[in-house]
Write a protein that binds this ligand. Structure first.
Ligand code: CA
Length: 224
């Protein structure tokens, strides 16, 4: 089933979309703030994002940039704003499609169908194997020698974001805003603490990590 994440601060509209999408065979989850939306996009196997550009805590265009930092999930932007600059900004930031409010349900459903045709394999959550452990993104667990390694939800969220970006630098700010939220963008000491915990649990030699690398002052990188 196609999982749609609706990021929309107008609660009635979000609820109406959720009910209607469910009635049309979609799974739908909602977030009322941009920071929550980013977190949910990182935590759930989302197939399509429907994003309102006018959110209370952050500009929708920044939400697109945040998602595009690590995901190619289709993003359909909703906006009451008619200015073409907003549309251009959103598309430049990586939005796939654009619906102007007010819109009819039929129009939204048509855009969703088009978006799901463009992302056939989006939902397959892979298993990532390293020499030391296996990360099962679908089951949300880590296994070594047949035994599950217990992670806290925060440890898992960090690991998942790094694993989904395997081989790429994930910035400190991206980790902090997507795992903890926008208000925590500068709390880099959290990352040091949690990465040390993850290395103790996952690395053969936590002092010489093979998989969870620090790029000093920049961020972190996962190598399988
Ligand atoms: Ca709004």
């Amino acid at each position: 089933m196609t999982l749609v994440l609706i990021i929309e601060d107008e609660a009635q509209l979000a609820r109406a979309m959720q009910i209607n999408l469910r009635a049309h065979g979609y799974q739908a989850i909602t977030a009322g703030f941009g920071a929550d939306g980013l977190k949910m996009a990182a935590q759930h196997p989302v197939d399509i994002v429907v994003l309102d550009l006018g959110l209370p805590d952050m500009d929708g265009v920044d939400v697109i940039r945040g998602i595009r930092g690590w995901s190619s999930v289709p993003v359909i932007v909703l906006s009451a704003r008619h200015a073409s600059e907003d549309k251009v900004d959103a598309l430049d930031a990586g939005a796939d499609d654009y619906v102007t409010k007010p819109f009819g349900l039929d129009e939204l459903l048509a855009r969703l169908r088009a978006a799901s045709r463009r992302s056939p394999a989006q939902r397959e959550a892979p298993t990532v194997e390293t020499a030391d452990f296996v990360v099962d993104l679908a089951a949300r667990k880590v296994v070594r020698d047949g035994h599950e390694i217990r992670l806290t939800p925060t440890e898992w969220n960090i690991l998942e974001l790094l694993v989904r970006n395997a081989g790429k630098l994930v910035s400190q700010q991206q980790l902090l805003t997507q795992v903890w939220g926008q208000a925590y963008a500068k709390e880099t000491q959290y990352l040091r603490v949690y990465l040390a915990q993850l290395r103790r649990k996952l690395e053969q030699d936590p002092a010489k990590p093979r998989h969870l690398h620090t790029e000093a002052g920049m961020g972190y990188r996962f190598d399988p």
